[in-house]
Design a protein around this ligand. Structure first.
Ligand code: ADP
Ligand code: MG
Length: 140
């Protein structure tokens, strides 16, 4: 609890539909502050390393292929209880079961192309932020 930072990705299905601003507005309305942001096209190696925890899953290769299929927006979000708050704004992994009003319910196309990533715990948030951002790029 307290002021936290979490790592967020606006995924290729959302950048393709030009939804970055609409999704960012949802973060900001929830009290999350975008303290770092950059657009990138992930390499296969970056996507494989980022999702290494899922390497044994049947969907891993498809997921890496999807995450490298177009630009993404990499972000650090800051705010009170930011990790849990962002997961609430995002909604459940599968858009079909996500709560009304969440990003994934509104914009997700499928369980894979579900528009956003968000860290799930303080340890993963710190690792994921450090994987993509230098300290000087984060301005709170
Ligand atoms: P979350 O992003 O909600 O934390 P996970 O960490 O379980 O979900 O999965 C990481 C990402 O892998 C998901 O956001 C989604 O893009 C993809 N994914 C998860 N489960 C599946 C699945 N059953 N089929 C295809 N892709 C999946
Ligand atoms: Mg996850």
């Amino acid at each position: 609890m307290g002021i936290e930072r979490t790592f967020s990705i606006i995924k290729p299905d959302a950048t393709r539909r030009n939804l970055t601003g609409k999704i960012n507005a949802m973060f900001e309305e929830a009290g999350l502050r975008i303290v770092a942001q950059k657009r990138a096209h992930l390499t296969k190696a970056q996507a494989e390393t980022f999702y290494a925890v899922h390497a044994e899953r049947a969907f891993f290769n498809d997921l890496v292929s999807f995450m490298t299929s177009g630009p993404v927006v990499l972000q650090v979000l800051e705010g009170e209880d930011a990790i849990a708050k962002n997961r609430e704004v995002m909604g459940a992994t599968n858009p079909a079961t996500a709560d009304e009003g969440t990003v994934r319910k509104l914009y997700g196309e499928s369980v894979e192309a579900n528009s956003v990533h968000g860290s799930d715990a303080p340890e993963t948030a710190a690792e994921e932020i450090a994987f993509f951002f230098a300290g000087a790029e984060i301005v709170g």
